[in-house]
Design a protein around this ligand. Structure first.
Ligand SMILES: Cc1cc2nc3c(=O)[nH]c(=O)nc-3n(C[C@H](O)[C@H](O)[C@H](O)COP(=O)(O)OP(=O)(O)OC[C@H]3O[C@@H](n4cnc5c(N)ncnc54)[C@H](O)[C@@H]3O)c2cc1C
Length: 558
C-alpha cells in the first residue's frame, strides 16, 4: 500500500516561502533588527517566543528535540526566509529549537506588531499566515515539539489527554509501553511505577503524572494567567462557532476580546465529521478544520484565548461604569465591559445502567479521526437519528467493520436530512435498527465488551461491541448563569423583547450582556446561524460601548 505523503512533500514551497528584498523592506517598519553570533540560540523549545524572525543574513538551523536521542534537523533558513509557526501568533511556547549556523541578522516582529502587519500588508501577510498554519500541520503530523504521553493506548486517561490535545490542535506523541521500547526507557529513566501511568513529558522537560487538562495546558504554555488589571471590551464565553465568529469580527474591528472555553475551541461543530451545509464549502469540510481556521483567524486579529477555563458566574462591578467580572473555574477572574454568552449546548446522555463505568474509554460523544482509529475493523453501535448521528455513521463506516445505527423512530427520514439518508442507504456496512433502544451494557475494567438493544417486539439483541457512540441531542450550557439572567423553561437564555423592555434583539435581561448561538432561546441550531449571530452581535457591542462612552463623557462634563 502506498504510504500517505507528508505535508512537507506536498506543500513545501508554501511552508517555506522566501520573501523578496522589496517585501522585507516594507516589513521593516513592524520590527527591529537583531544580531546573533554563530551557535547562538534564537529560540528554545518550551520558552515563550518573541515573535516572527525574518532572516536578513546568515543561516539558521531549525531542529526537533526528542526525549531520548539527538535532535533531528527540520530545515535550514537563509536570507528571505522567516522562522515561526502558529505559536508565534499568540506569543506561546516555541515547539522547535533554532540556532544560528553562522553570524545571523534577523528582523524580529513581536506578536502585537505581527497583527498590525497582517492587516496592513495583506498579500505578504497571507503568505506568512499560510506558512505558519502549514508548519503547525507538519508538526501535528509528526507530533514534533508537543508533549509526550506515555501510557497504554486504550487507557481512559491516555484517551482523555490525547483527545484534549487533538481537539486543541496541539502536536503530541504517544508512546505505548506495550509496543514502544522508547516508552519503557522513559519509564525507567523517571522511575515511574507502572500504576502511575500515564505520565506526560512537556516540551520544556517537566514531568506530569496523570495530569488534569488544566495542568497539561499550563505545562505546554497553552494557558497563562489573565491580566487582572486589563479591562477587555468584550468577554466571550465559549469558543464554538458563535464565540469564534464574535472574536473574529470584534477583534478585526478594533475591540479587545477575551475568549474563554472550558474544553477546547470548536464546540459541537468541532465534533462534526463533515459539515456539508456551510456556505462556501461545496465538497464539505470537517468541523475541526473549519473551526481551526476560525480559531487561527481570531488570534491573527489579536483575540486572546483562555482555554481550558470555564466561566462559573458573572458579577456586575460598580454599576455606575457598568464593568462586569467573569468568574472563572481556575479561581481567576476577567474584567470586561460587555459579555457575549456563546456557551452552546452539551450532548445528552443515555439513560442506561452502567453507562458511567464505560464513559472514559468506550462511550463517545464525538467521531473524530482519533475515535475512527480506535474502532478500525470492529463493530460499533451508534445511537441517534439526527444529522449529527448520520454524519458520524457515514464517517465511522469508513473504518469500522460494521455500524449498528440504533434509532427510536420507524425510519431515518423522520429526523435526518434526505442526503444523509440516501448515503447511509448506500453503505453496506451500516445497518439501521429502527424502533429500538439500548437496554444493557457489559464489560470489564471500564472497557465495554457487549451492547444489547431491545426491539419493538420485545426481543433483546446483543453484539460484541467495544465502542458505543451517542448522538441524541443537546441541552443548553447555562447552569453557570444560575439566576443572573432570564432563561426559558428548558434553560435557554432569553434575548430581545422576551428578556425585557427595550432590549436589543440579542441582548439578555441584563443590559450589556448578549447571548448568541445554540444557548440562546429560539436560535436556529446550525453552524451558519451561530456564525451569523456572532457577526451580528458585534454591531450591538459597538452601539452599547459608544452609548456608554457618551454617558460617561456627559457625566464628567456635568
Ligand atoms: C456531531 C455534530 C454534528 C453537527 N453537524 C452540523 C452540520 O453539519 N451543520 C450544521 O449547521 N450544524 C451542525 N451541528 C450543530 C452545530 O454544531 C451547532 O449548532 C453549533 O456548533 C452551535 O454553536 P455555538 O457556538 O452556539 O455552541 P457550541 O458549538 O455548543 O459551543 C459552545 C462552546 O462553549 C463552551 N462552554 C460551555 N460552557 C462554558 C462555560 N461556562 N465557560 C466557558 N466555555 C463554555 C463549550 O465547551 C463549547 O466549546 C452539529 C452538531 C453536532 C453535535
Amino acid at each position: 500500500m502506498a504510504s500517505r505523503k507528508s505535508i512537507i512533500d506536498t506543500r513545501q514551497h508554501q511552508m517555506f516561502p522566501s520573501l523578496e528584498p522589496a517585501e522585507i523592506e516594507r516589513l521593516r517598519r513592524f520590527g527591529e533588527v537583531r544580531a546573533f553570533a554563530a551557535g547562538a540560540a534564537l529560540q528554545r523549545v518550551g520558552e515563550v517566543g518573541h515573535g516572527l524572525n525574518v532572516i536578513l543574513s546568515g543561516a539558521v538551523d531549525m531542529t526537533q528535540r526528542h526525549q531520548s536521542g539527538p535532535s533531528t534537523p527540520i530545515v535550514t533558513y537563509g536570507p528571505g526566509a522567516f522562522m515561526g509557526e502558529l505559536a508565534q501568533l499568540a506569543g506561546r511556547q516555541a515547539l522547535v529549537d533554532a540556532h544560528a549556523r553562522e553570524a545571523v541578522e534577523v528582523l524580529l516582529i513581536p506578536p502585537e506588531r505581527l497583527r498590525a502587519m497582517f492587516v496592513a500588508e495583506a498579500e505578504v501577510g497571507e503568505r506568512i499566515m499560510r506558512a505558519l498554519i502549514l508548519r503547525r500541520v507538519g508538526l501535528l503530523e509528526t507530533g514534533a515539539g508537543g508533549p509526550v504521553i506515555v501510557g497504554r493506548s486504550e487507557h481512559p486517561d491516555v484517551l482523555r489527554l490525547e483527545g484534549f490535545l487533538a481537539r486543541n490542535g496541539h502536536p503530541r506523541l504517544k508512546l505505548d509501553p506495550e509496543t514502544d521500547p522508547e516508552a519503557k526507557a522513559l519509564i525507567d529513566r523517571f522511575h515511574v511505577d507502572p500504576g502511575q501511568l500515564p505520565i506526560v513529558l512537556c516540551s520544556g522537560g517537566q514531568l506530569l503524572r496523570n495530569p488534569s487538562e488544566v495542568e497539561l495546558a499550563r505545562c505546554i504554555g497553552m494557558l497563562g494567567p489573565i491580566d487582572a488589571q486589563r479591562i477587555y471590551d468584550v468577554g466571550i464565553v465559549g469558543a464554538g462557532p458563535a464565540g469564534l465568529a464574535t472574536a473574529v469580527y470584534a477583534a478585526s474591528e478594533g475591540l479587545s476580546a477575551l475568549v474563554l472555553d472550558g474544553r477546547a475551541f470548536g464546540g459541537q461543530a468541532g465534533a462534526s465529521a463533515r459539515i456539508e451545509n456551510y456556505l462556501g464549502f461545496p465538497t464539505g469540510i470537517t468541523g475541526m478544520a473549519l473551526m481551526a481556521r476560525a480559531y487561527n483567524q481570531a488570534q491573527k486579529f489579536g483575540a486572546e484565548m483562555v482555554i481550558p477555563d470555564a466561566a462559573t458566574g458573572l458579577d456586575v462591578l460598580e454599576q455606575a461604569n457598568g464593568e462586569f467580572v467573569l468568574r472563572l473555574g481556575s479561581a481567576g477572574q476577567a474584567r470586561v465591559r460587555t459579555i457575549v454568552i456563546a456557551s452552546g449546548a452539551r450532548y445528552r446522555r443515555l439513560n442506561v445502567a452502567k453507562l458511567e463505568d464505560f464513559e472514559a474509554s468506550s462511550v463517545h460523544y464525538w467521531a473524530s479521526p482519533l475515535e475512527a482509529k480506535l474502532v478500525a475493523g470492529q463493530e460499533v453501535a451508534l445511537v441517534g437519528g439526527g444529522n449529527s448521528a448520520g454524519q458520524a455513521a457515514v464517517y465511522l463506516a469508513t473504518q469500522a467493520a460494521k455500524v449498528w445505527l440504533i434509532i427510536r423512530s420507524e425510519a431515518l427520514a423522520a429526523s435526518m436530512s434526505q442526503y444523509l439518508v440516501e448515503r447511509i442507504r448506500g453503505l453496506a456496512n451500516v445497518e439501521v435498527v429502527s424502533q429500538a433502544q439500548i437496554s444493557h451494557l457489559a464489560g470489564r475494567n471500564g472497557n465495554l465488551e457487549q451492547v444489547c438493544w431491545r426491539l419493538a417486539s420485545g426481543t433483546q439483541v446483543c453484539r460484541q461491541v467495544r465502542h458505543l457512540f451517542l448522538f441524541i441531542g443537546a441541552e443548553p450550557n447555562s447552569d453557570w448563569l444560575s439566576g443572573t439572567l432570564k432563561l426559558d423553561r428548558k434553560g435557554f437564555v432569553l434575548t430581545g423583547a422576551e428578556a425585557g423592555l427595550s432590549r436589543q434583539p440579542l441582548e439578555t435581561s441584563r443590559v450589556g450582556v448578549f447571548a448568541i448561538g445554540d444557548v440562546r432561546a429560539g436560535s436556529v441550531k446550525r453552524v451558519a446561524a451561530a456564525v451569523g449571530e456572532g457577526a451580528q452581535v458585534v454591531a450591538m457591542l459597538h452601539a452599547y460601548l459608544a452609548a456608554r462612552e457618551r454617558v460617561g463623557a456627559s457625566a464628567q462634563r456635568g
